[in-house]
Design a protein. Structure first.
Length: 301
């Protein structure tokens, strides 16, 4: 476990499993007793004792204790965020995650499919959906919370150790539900601040002949109608913001490595990689053009 809430939920799970095992053992024990041990005539006194004791008192006691424990945890998991919490807005979309961080001036900067958090500081997620119900889940950090169209839900996590964790959508949301993953990187405070500062900046200018060509092709093919790359003419809002896409751990929401060849594959065969994805495949483009676009996107560190 890498978060306070995940630890509490894991403890709850262990106690519930233990309680369930206890009740199961009692029920099976009574069944064995009744069918194997005492096959003769019933002693009404013992029968009554078993029915009331093992059939009613024990389950009520065990389940009552577990219910009280679970309810006692609820306010703990729904506590208000501390004032210094990192605020992150995440929008579930078919089939990727739109991620927003607030700038100091109150405006927001958009990312996709990757969340970074500082260790030892709470993070508050504001969860929304752009289309259907998704469920936001980072198992090592906390519980899962539904993202419901037209409603805002929230979740707080407190990462306790650094590392890269995988998040997933935990509610079936259409064809490529299993292909919307999320990389969650927990960093030390200083590294996190540097990273966030870098995300606020515009995309770097292309530095080589290939990447210049890649950028020109990206703009000429109309990719900017759906994607934003801050610092260029591309300002679409339908798809993921690609300003620093080359600096992310994965592309396509956790399904391809961040490499020029993977970008080229993604652009040329989008729906083979992610069935029913909204983005049309640009398979009409020759391989060298796809490679150039891939090289440019990968250079957007
Ligand atoms: Cu989004 Cu399942």
């Amino acid at each position: 476990m890498a978060g306070e809430d995940a630890t509490r939920i894991a403890e709850l799970f262990i106690w519930m499993a233990a309680g369930a095992a206890l009740i199961w053992l009692a029920v099976i024990g009574v069944a064995v007793y009744a069918t194997r041990v005492r096959t003769g005539a019933h002693n009404p006194r013992i029968a009554r004792l078993l029915i009331i004791g093992a059939g009613a008192v024990l389950p009520v006691l065990v389940l009552g204790i577990l219910l009280a424990y679970g309810l006692w945890l609820v306010p703990e998991l729904r506590r208000p965020a501390p004032a210094n919490a990192v605020k992150v807005e995440v929008v579930g979309e078919q089939w990727w995650w739109r991620v927003r961080y607030a700038r100091p001036d109150g405006s927001t900067v958009e990312l996709a499919n990757e969340i970074r958090l500082p260790r030892g500081r709470a993070a508050e997620f504001r969860l929304l959906s752009a289309d259907v119900i998704h469920s936001f889940w980072i198992p090592p950090l906390g519980g899962k919370v539904d993202m419901i169209p037209g409603r805002v839900t929230r979740m707080i996590v407190e990462p306790t150790r650094t590392g890269v964790f995988r998040g997933a959508c935990a509610e079936y949301c259409g064809t490529s539900h299993a292909l919307m993953n999320l990389a969650v990187v927990v960093m030390e405070e200083q590294a996190f601040r540097r990273w966030l500062e870098h995300q606020f900046a515009d995309a770097p200018a292309p530095a080589s002949e290939t990447t210049r060509r890649g950028q020109a092709l990206f703009l000429a093919n109309g990719c900017g109608a759906c994607h934003t790359v801050r610092g260029t003419a591309a300002d679409g809002v339908v798809g993921p913001d690609l300003t620093h896409v080359g600096g992310r751990l994965t592309i396509g929401a956790g399904i391809l490595p961040t490499e020029p060849a993977a970008f080229a594959r993604w652009i040329g065969q989008t729906r083979r990689i992610k069935p029913a994805a909204r983005m049309p495949a640009f398979h009409m483009l020759p391989p060298d053009e796809l490679q150039a676009m891939g090289a440019w996107l990968e250079s957007l560190q």
